[in-house]
Design a protein. Structure first.
Lengths: 342, 265
C-alpha cells in the first residue's frame, strides 16, 4: 500500500494528518464523489429537537456508518435523507438534489431499507421482491439476487411467517434490486443470525466496490468496525465524533492493555513497580486473569512493552504470546456517549 | 479499514443505470399487487364477497324481514342495495383496514421511496379497489341471476357511474380513517361503521323505509345516497341528481380531510 505509507515519510504531512483526523479523512477520500451531504439538519417533534444541527457526509464507493444510542436521532436523519420527512432546518442533499423537492428524480437512484422493514405481511417473499423490481426499468435479476441472499429457501413463505433475519434479508434485497447509486440501511443486521449477517456484509462490500454509496445505522460495533470506511457517532441529535475507525480508536488517551500468556504463578508486583516509576499519569494495574494469562492495563507505549519483555527475560520465561490491545470502537463509543443506561 | 481505491462509478451499460419503470406499468403492478392481497386474505374475502352474497340470499329467500318492495319483485328490489353494500365493503372497510396496517407496518413509507411514490401508491390502491369490485359484481350478479334477477343491460352505464361515485366517497373515508387512527382502532371502526350503515344507513332498503328521524338522516349519508343511486340506476334507468350531489359533496369533504390529515408515519 504505497499510497497510505507516503504521508509518513513527510513528517509535516503526518503531523497535519494526526492533528485533524476529520480533514485528513476528507483528503484521503477526495477521489470519492460526495453522495450525501447533510448540513445543520434540525428536525423537531412536538417542539423537541430530535436532530439538532447535524452534519454528515457520505461518499460514493464507501460505507458510512451512523452509530449512536437509541433516540440519538439516527433514524430521523436517515428518513430526512430518504425524503420521508421534511427538515425543520438545515439542508440535505442526496446526489446533489433535495430529497423532498426532487423526490421523483431521486427515487429510482436511492435504495431504502427501513428499520421496521416496511414489508407487506400477506405476500410471499419472492413475490414481494418481484413486485418491487417491477418499479424499475432495469432491475437486478431477481433470481440471482435471491440466490445471493439465500432467499430461495423461503421464497414461497409469506412475509408474516418469516423470521426476523429472513425479513431483513428480503428488505435488503428490495433496497438494492433497482441498482441504486445510494443505499440507506437502517439497522440492517438487526435480528440476523451470523450466516445471514455474513451474506449481508458481503453484499454491502460488493456494492461498495461497484461505487455505490452506502449509509447504514447500527448498534453493532463490530459491524461498524468491519464494514465502515467512515463512522459518525451521533448523540442528542448531533455528530459528536467522526472519522475512520482507525482515527477514532487511535484518538484519545484511554488506557491500553498488554496481554501475556506464559507460565502460571508469576508475581506481577515487581513488574508493576517498574512500570509505575516513571512519570506516568495513570497507574498500571494487572492481574493473572486465568492460570498463565496476565492482563496489564495502563499507558501502552514502546517503553512499557520493553519493560514487560525485560521482566520476562529476567525470569527466563518465554511467553507463548504477548499482545497489546488498543481501544476498540466500543470503548470509544462508550467514552463518547456514556456508560449509563438511559 | 481504509476505503479501497475504486473507480467512482464504473462504466455502466444503459441496462444497468438506475431508472424508473414507466408510470403506467408501476401503477398497474401496484393495482395487481393490491388486488391479489385482498382476494387472498380470508377476512377481507369474508367482508367483501361472502357477506354481500349472504345478505342477498337471506333477503331474497327468507321472509323474516317484511319488505315493502314497492311493486318490484324481491330480487329486483334487493340486488341494487346489495351491490351498493359491496362497494362500501371494498372501498371503505377493506381498504381502510388494509391501508391502516400497511401504514403501521411501514409499507406505505417503503413503497413511497421506490419509483412508485405516494401518488402511484394511491392510484394503485384505487385501481385495486375497482378491480375487486368487478369481481364482486360478477359473483353477486351471478348469484342474483341464479335467483331470478333479470336486469336491463341498458342500465349498465348508470350502475358504473353510481359505483364510481360511491367508490370515490368511501375510499376517501377509508383513507381519512386509515391515515389518522391506530390500526387496531381502524379495524374496529371500519367494521362497526359498515354494520351501522348497512342496518340504518339506507343502503339495502330505501331511506324512507327507515324508522323516524333516521329516514331524514340516511338520505344525506353517503350510504343512503349510494343505495338510492344504485336503485335509481337499476329500477328507473337513471341515477337521481340528488344522490350525485350528496356523493360528490362527501367525496370533496372527505378527500380534503384525508389530504390534510393523512399521516404516513
Amino acid at each position: 500500500m504505497p499510497l497510505s505509507d507516503a504521508p509518513a515519510i513527510d513528517s509535516a504531512q503526518a503531523a497535519t494528518a494526526g492533528a485533524t483526523p476529520a480533514s485528513a479523512a476528507g483528503a484521503a477520500d477526495g477521489d470519492h464523489a460526495v453522495a450525501v451531504e447533510v448540513r445543520g439538519l434540525v428536525k423537531r417533534y412536538d417542539g423537541r429537537a430530535v436532530v439538532d444541527g447535524l452534519d454528515l457526509v457520505a461518499r460514493q464507493g464507501a460505507v458510512t456508518a451512523v452509530l449512536g444510542p437509541n433516540g440519538a436521532g439516527k433514524t430521523t436523519t436517515i428518513e430526512c435523507c430518504e425524503g420521508l420527512r421534511s427538515p425543520d432546518g438545515g439542508t440535505v442533499r442526496v446526489l446533489g438534489r433535495d430529497p423532498v423537492a426532487d423526490a421523483r428524480a431521486l427515487r429510482p437512484r436511492v435504495g431504502v431499507m427501513l428499520q421496521d422493514g416496511g414489508l407487506p405481511t400477506g405476500v410471499r417473499a419472492l413475490e414481494l421482491l418481484r413486485h418491487v423490481a417491477a418499479m424499475y426499468a432495469s432491475p437486478r435479476p431477481v433470481d440471482e439476487l435471491a440466490e445471493r441472499l439465500g432467499l430461495h429457501g423461503f421464497a414461497r413463505t409469506t412475509v408474516r411467517r418469516l423470521s426476523g433475519g429472513q425479513r431483513q434479508r428480503v428488505a435488503l434485497a428490495a433496497a438494492v434490486v433497482g441498482r441504486p447509486d445510494v443505499v440507506f440501511l437502517d439497522e440492517p443486521s438487526a435480528g440476523m443470525d451470523p450466516q445471514s449477517r455474513r451474506a449481508v456484509w458481503d453484499l454491502v462490500r460488493e456494492l461498495r466496490a461497484d461505487g455505490v454509496a452506502i449509509v447504514l445505522t447500527t448498534h453493532l460495533m463490530d459491524e461498524a468496525a468491519d464494514l465502515a470506511d467512515h463512522v459518525h457517532v451521533v448523540d442528542h441529535g448531533k455528530v459528536i465524533a467522526s472519522g475512520s475507525v482507525r482515527e477514532l480508536t487511535d484518538g484519545g488517551s484511554g488506557p491500553g492493555s498488554v496481554r501475556i500468556e506464559a507460565t502460571p504463578g508469576l508475581d506481577l508486583t515487581p513488574l508493576l513497580t517498574t512500570l509505575n516509576t516513571p512519570l506516568s499519569a495513570e497507574a498500571w494495574v494487572g492481574s493473572e486473569s486465568e492460570a498463565g494469562v496476565y492482563t496489564l492495563t495502563g499507558a501502552v507505549d514502546p517503553a512499557a512493552l520493553a519493560v514487560v519483555t525485560a521482566w520476562l527475560a529476567e525470569r527466563g520465561v518465554l511467553a507463548r504470546s504477548v499482545s497489546t490491545g488498543r481501544r476498540t470502537l466500543e470503548d470509544v463509543f462508550l467514552d463518547l456517549t456514556g456508560r449509563n443506561l438511559r | 479499514m481504509s476505503s479501497p481505491r475504486v473507480a467512482v462509478r464504473q462504466a455502466r451499460t444503459p441496462a444497468e443505470t438506475p431508472a424508473a419503470a414507466p408510470a403506467l406499468r408501476r401503477i398497474a403492478a401496484q393495482a395487481s399487487f393490491e388486488t391479489r392481497a385482498i382476494l387472498r386474505n380470508g377476512e377481507q374475502l369474508l367482508v367483501t364477497i361472502v357477506l354481500p352474497v349472504l345478505v342477498l340470499v337471506g333477503l331474497v329467500r327468507t321472509s323474516f324481514l317484511d319488505l315493502d318492495t314497492q311493486g318490484y319483485t324481491r330480487i329486483d328490489f334487493v340486488t341494487p342495495g346489495v351491490l351498493a353494500l359491496a362497494v362500501m365493503s371494498t372501498a371503505f372497510t377493506s381498504q381502510a383496514i388494509a391501508t391502516a396496517f400497511d401504514r403501521r407496518n411501514g409499507v406505505l413509507r417503503l413503497m413511497a421511496t421506490t419509483p412508485l411514490g405516494r401518488g402511484g401508491l394511491l392510484a394503485g390502491k384505487v385501481l385495486g379497489v375497482l378491480a375487486v369490485e368487478v369481481v364482486q359484481v360478477i359473483v353477486i350478479a351471478g348469484v342474483a341471476v341464479a335467483l331470478g334477477w333479470r336486469p336491463e343491460l341498458g342500465a349498465l352505464p348508470a350502475v358504473v357511474g353510481a359505483g364510481l361515485l360511491g367508490t370515490a366517497a368511501f375510499t376517501a373515508l377509508a383513507l381519512l380513517l386509515a391515515g389518522t387512527l391506530r390500526a387496531e382502532g381502524v379495524l374496529a371502526v371500519a367494521n362497526l361503521v359498515l354494520v351501522l350503515l348497512t342496518v340504518g344507513g339506507g343502503v339495502l332498503l330505501p331511506a324512507e323505509q327507515l324508522a323516524g328521524p333516521l329516514a331524514h338522516v340516511a338520505v344525506l349519508l353517503p350510504s343512503g345516497a349510494l343505495g338510492e343511486a344504485m336503485r335509481g340506476a337499476l329500477l328507473h334507468g337513471s341515477v337521481p341528481p340528488f344522490s350525485v350531489v350528496i356523493l360528490l359533496g362527501w367525496t370533496a369533504a372527505l378527500g380534503a380531510g384525508a389530504a390534510r390529515l393523512f399521516r404516513w408515519h
